[in-house]
Write a protein that binds this ligand. Structure first.
Ligand SMILES: *[C@@H]1O[C@H](CO)[C@@H](O)[C@H](O)[C@H]1NC(C)=O
Ligand SMILES: *[C@@H]1O[C@H](CO)[C@@H](O)[C@H](O)[C@H]1NC(C)=O
Ligand SMILES: *[C@@H]1O[C@H](CO)[C@@H](O)[C@H](O)[C@H]1NC(C)=O
Length: 564
């Protein structure tokens, strides 16, 4: 056995050296012994749920365009990660010493060679409209589908999502790139990825307002006083697909609850006031209710274009922006297993860049509890909630007296990312005491565990299309937490302290040293379909994380740390 594998290795070495010889200099080969592979496969075969997506031939293929986004390999990634842990560690002398956009860029920027090789490849294929992003590490542009097929050795189809009617141009074939490119690109977006199509949140008309969750109730239960906004502070919500913003709904909401009003600072991307999205209404109304007067951006990506990958668009747009808001609330998620590891690894680097710049990324943890495969044999973790470099926010419901872990609250363990040090002790404590051994095989106990914290995710009142209604989902808990964190930034900025940035290490530290900073949620569980879920319990758990912030107490602790 050993001998055999040894021989195989030798054979490989031998044949490689022959090929090199055959192709070197100006030696013209008689028919080569082995054809040199021109292309390397860059992805695995894709499988989709055929009951959700139906693929057809593209009829007007000559006129159909697809947008491709090429992530160029960056450099010095160990340095970047080291910086992230240092600037986010209150015990480190570099705590809060964030880098600016150009400093980060100069560390990780791809080599000129990488950019040149990718550009040459495009040009040699007659593509000259692709552009390098401001961050210098994505190349992006639109191309005819026939051209893309030829470029990537795939066949595209036109897919329709049965339930929502959404249309996508995608390929199920793993794409290939010439071998010269392999070491210079991370991934190519716009080929294989099928974004999760969001389901409508539970929504109902309001009968008795008292039975629902309002900004007042959130403040009262979370012990969150109003904090004066700092003029230099900023926050943002991200919107995908055709979710637009309505100023009149925001006005209605703010007037109804007598909240301080301030105009939205920046709306990036397309907006159609006449088609207000419920998700947008929820996010903007709660982030501004929690952090009134703080400059707020709405970043909207993805209109009707069939070839678009909205999350990737958002990422490229944000990564090229030197003046990024301090806190971002993003209610977006996908099944981790449905996405290429190479893609999530690259996005993780982008999150590290934001962390190095003192930005806070808040993601909802998902509305499918533990998630579950169709064969019921394993949980399905959600991503980006499973990234170590974002704050993942789960949900609780309110029964009129108490908060309980919400059954929808996305939670569990990543299969892609290992458990970070900051949560090691609380998570191993949970695993050692609380997990029933019979279901340990459903999840990967060595992975990054989430969520980190929680807030309200059921029966929140919003204004939508001119009237009040109620809505639920971890889509609600994320902007609540994001707005409250913005208040901490306002307070810290007023004390000349750096912004909270990548806040996870500090939150876990505070929870350990000052447990009264969180309402520990001990009831509820997050089973999903035929998969058994986790139970909330003392301390951290994979339903509600560390719990719901007791905001005023947390604010006190979080303004005690400064760069030394
Ligand atoms: C918001 O601005 C208004 C008008 O300047 C001011 O009265 C109010 O106190 C501010 N509120 C906060 C939370 O900063
Ligand atoms: C479990 O998670 C680790 C990362 O923490 C990963 O390396 C490993 O591949 C995962 N196992 C499975 C079966 O996904
Ligand atoms: C609310 O926060 C204050 C600190 O500002 C703290 O003294 C008080 O105990 C907290 N209230 C509750 C109910 O936890």
């Amino acid at each position: 056995m050993q001998l055999n594998s040894f021989r195989i290795v030798l054979l490989l070495v031998f044949s490689i050296s022959i090929i090199d010889y055959v192709y070197s200099s100006d030696f013209v080969p008689a028919p080569p012994l082995l054809p040199r592979r021109k292309y390397v496969e860059h992805t695995k075969p894709i499988s989709i749920n055929p009951s959700q997506w139906v693929g057809k031939r593209i009829d007007n293929i000559q006129e159909t365009e697809i947008e491709l986004t090429i992530g160029i390999k960056q450099r010095n990634l160990n340095t970047l990660e080291k910086i992230v842990w240092e600037v986010s560690d209150v015990k480190h002398p570099n705590y809060g010493k964030y880098l600016n956009f150009n400093q980060v860029k100069s560390i990780v920027e791809p080599s000129e060679e990488s950019v040149r090789i990718v550009s040459n490849w495009l040009e040699n294929n007659g593509i000259d409209n692709f552009r390098l992003s401001g961050s210098g590490d994505f190349i992006k542009g639109k191309v005819n589908v026939l051209k893309a097929q030829d470029l990537l050795k795939v066949e595209y189809q036109r897919f329709t999502h049965e339930e929502s009617g959404r249309i996508l141009i995608r390929s199920l074939d793993p794409y290939s790139v010439p071998w010269e490119l392999e070491d210079h690109i991370d991934f190519i977006g716009g080929v294989n990825h099928f974004p999760l199509v969001a389901r409508l949140n539970k929504m109902e008309n309001i009968k008795k307002e008292l039975n629902y969750v309002s900004p007042y109730l959130v403040r009262k239960v979370m012990n969150a006083s109003i904090v004066p906004a700092h003029a230099a502070n900023s926050q943002a919500i991200a919107q995908f697909l055709e979710e637009y913003f309505s100023q009149s709904d925001l006005d209605l909401f703010q007037q109804h609850y007598r909240l301080d009003q301030k105009a939205i600072t920046t709306i990036r991307g397309p907006n159609r006031e006449t088609e207000p999205g419920m998700e947008t209404a929820l996010d903007i109304q709660y982030i501004t209710a929690m952090a009134p007067n703080v400059s707020t951006w709405i970043v909207s990506t993805g209109g009707l274009h069939e070839g678009q990958e909205p999350f990737l668009d958002w990422l490229v747009d944000m990564s090229s922006n030197p003046d990024l808001p301090y806190v971002h609330s993003i209610s977006y998620g996908d099944d981790e297993s449905s996405i290429e590891k190479a893609y999530t690894d690259r996005v993780d680097i982008e999150f590290q860049k934001y962390a190095a710049m003192g930005r806070t990324m808040v993601f909802s943890s998902g509305d499918s509890g533990v998630g579950c495969t169709s064969s019921c044999d394993s949980h399905v973790p959600g991503w980006p909630a499973s990234s170590r470099f974002v704050l993942s926010v789960g949900g609780v419901d309110w029964d009129g007296t108490n908060m309980n872990g919400d059954v929808i609250s996305g939670g569990g363990f990543s299969n892609y990312f290992p458990r970070p040090q900051y949560q090691e002790d609380v998570v191993s404590n949970y695993l050692s005491k609380k997990v029933d051994k019979s279901f340990e095989k459903l999840f990967n106990s060595s992975g990054r565990a989430y969520p980190d914290v929680s807030s309200f995710s059921e029966s929140l009142i919003i204004a939508h299309r001119g009237r009040l209604m109620s809505i639920g989902g971890t889509s609600a808990s994320a902007p609540i937490i994001a707005g409250l964190l913005s208040n901490i930034n306002s307070k810290r900025l007023s004390l000349d302290q750096p912004t909270i940035g990548f806040v996870n290490p500090l939150l876990y530290k505070i929870a350990k040293e000052n447990p009264e900073s969180f309402y520990d949620i001990k009831t509820g569980s997050n089973e999903f379909h035929c998969c058994k879920g986790f139970k909330s319990s003392d301390g951290w758990d994979p339903v509600t994380g560390l719990g719901v912030p007791n905001f005023n107490v947390l604010l006190d602790y979080m303004t005690k740390f400064d760069s030394s």
